[in-house]
Ligand binder design. Structure first.
Ligand SMILES: [Zn+2]
Length: 461
């Protein structure tokens, strides 16, 4: 079968369906959630859209508690899963084109969700239809599983797999080509200061960050007083660190604010953590528990992203470094806390390493607790699933890049045996979650061809 040619012939259908899906504003709306609409109207509409398409194409569809659903074709004992999501992150500012339109300019289709994950979803959906229409006989059932809460905690697929069958093998078109076979563990750590703030504390408050999976791009502290050279030192500090900030006097206190640069917690080195900068500056301004707090941040997070000071550092060949992102930092009259998103290597001894860090902290003014932990996910490169998918990818691209690892989490990790497979091609800019998110139209067609051949290869033996 010449899948590329068939996909090319069905380009209008592909683009029109993607535009329709992008036009559904499927952002989580917790305020209007009901049992019949657990993530709000948009995510539910997007799920219905896909299930209606499946039904019209003569496939079996099922809605699981309005959180997730599936479209299934073929017969057989075993099941191939294709895991996609149709929810999107909020729009943000600064778009050149309307984020919920799907406008095509110079071979690019713009819109929120274009690459994450509506474009890949529609490419995989076209692939299913192409395989069905080809009449090729499959020995496995093929099921597209559609989630509506991927961006905020996986409640959709968690519920889905409480009730539905686990695929024998599967892939998630929600990341990069050639393929991601290693996903780091993701833990939420909380460091809490043991001593509460004293009554005569210079530091009144310290706040930075709203979500642990982002590098905070601003931080602010309120101080009772600043030193004589405080203002001059602060200006020099800003210059040395090539950033902006302000020191202002309010009625009975001073406010020191500093800017950093946002990035995803899985790549903290790509950002500049404003909280860490502010803490570093304040080590020369404070005393008491406030000083202990900022000194801890400077010592543990100011020197590297690997947690070396607490012996949490560890890297391995298949997944790289373990990284720590202090994402929510707070200090007030009740004391100080630092919430961290940790992305740890596949072969990390999690319990042992946490216990060791707790022992390092025994003499310090901080405790360490694990608020949540999602284990790493790894399928060996030699595995037939990986080999088959990589071979299909190479056939259509002539690209022999290595398979990849990620500090992010995809739906692959909820599968017993699954990997992330496309559809961002090597060298392409990753515009997921950013303004002017787009997908390249030619790449959509290539991806649809790759997915079609992958379905046939994986489901017919
Ligand atoms: Zn995604």
């Amino acid at each position: 079968m010449n899948w590329l040619q068939i996909a090319q012939e069905r380009k209008e259908e592909l683009l029109s369906e993607l535009q329709q899906l992008i036009q559904i504003e499927s952002v989580l709306d917790e305020n209007n959630a009901t049992p019949d609409m657990p993530f709000g109207q948009g995510p539910l509409d997007a799920l219905h859209f896909m299930l209606n398409k499946g039904e019209s194409a003569g496939m079996r569809v099922k809605n699981i508690d309005h959180m997730a659903g599936h479209i299934e074709m073929g017969e057989g004992q075993e099941l191939l899963g294709i895991l996609c999501h149709v929810d999107v992150v909020p729009v943000g500012d600064g778009w050149t084109y309307p984020p919920f339109e799907g406008r095509i300019v110079d071979g690019k289709l713009f819109g929120r969700g274009a690459i994450d994950d509506k474009g890949p979803t529609i490419a995989a959906w076209l692939a299913m239809k192409m395989v069905k229409d080809s009449g090729i006989k499959l020995d496995k059932r093929v099921r597209m599983i559609i989630g509506t809460d991927e961006e905020s905690g996986f409640r959709c697929v968690n519920r889905y797999f409480e009730k539905e069958e686990m695929p024998t093998i599967g892939f998630a078109p929600d990341a990069d080509f050639p393929l991601i076979n290693a996903e780091k563990g993701i833990a939420h750590l909380i460091f809490s200061q043991k001593n509460k703030a004293a009554a005569d504390e210079t530091l009144l408050s310290f706040t930075a960050g709203k979500r642990i999976n982002m590098v905070p791009d601003s931080a602010e502290a309120k101080l009772v007083s600043v030193s004589e050279d405080g203002a001059t030192n602060f200006q020099r500090f800003l210059q040395e660190n090539e950033t902006e900030g302000s020191l202002t006097k309010a009625q009975d206190h001073y406010i020191i604010a500093i800017k950093g640069k946002s990035a995803h917690a899985m790549e903290p080195e790509k950002g500049v953590n404003a909280a860490v900068l502010l803490a570093q500056f304040l080590t020369t301004e404070l005393t008491g528990n406030g000083l202990t707090f900022v000194q801890f941040i400077a010592d543990v997070f100011g020197k590297d992203h690997f947690g070396t000071a607490l012996t949490l550092n560890y890297r391995d060949e298949m997944s790289g470094e373990t990284t720590l992102n202090p994402g929510i930092i707070k200090f007030d009259a009740n004391g100080g806390t630092i919430e961290v998103s940790m992305r740890y290597a596949v072969t990390y001894s999690f319990e042992e390493k946490i216990t060791a860090a707790q022992q390092v902290l025994a003499q310090a003014d901080f405790t360490l607790d694990v608020a949540s932990d999602s284990a790493p996910h790894y399928i060996p490169e030699e595995d037939e699933l990986v080999q088959t998918l990589v071979a299909v990818y190479q056939k259509y691209t002539n690209d022999f890049s290595q398979v990849l690892s990620t500090g992010g989490g995809t739906y692959a990790r909820v599968l017993n045996k699954g990997v992330a497979f496309g559809m961002l091609f090597p060298g392409e800019a990753d515009v997921a979650h950013q303004k002017d998110e787009f997908v390249d139209v030619e790449n959509l067609i290539t991806a649809a061809a790759i997915y079609a051949e992958a379905i046939v290869k994986l489901a017919s033996k």
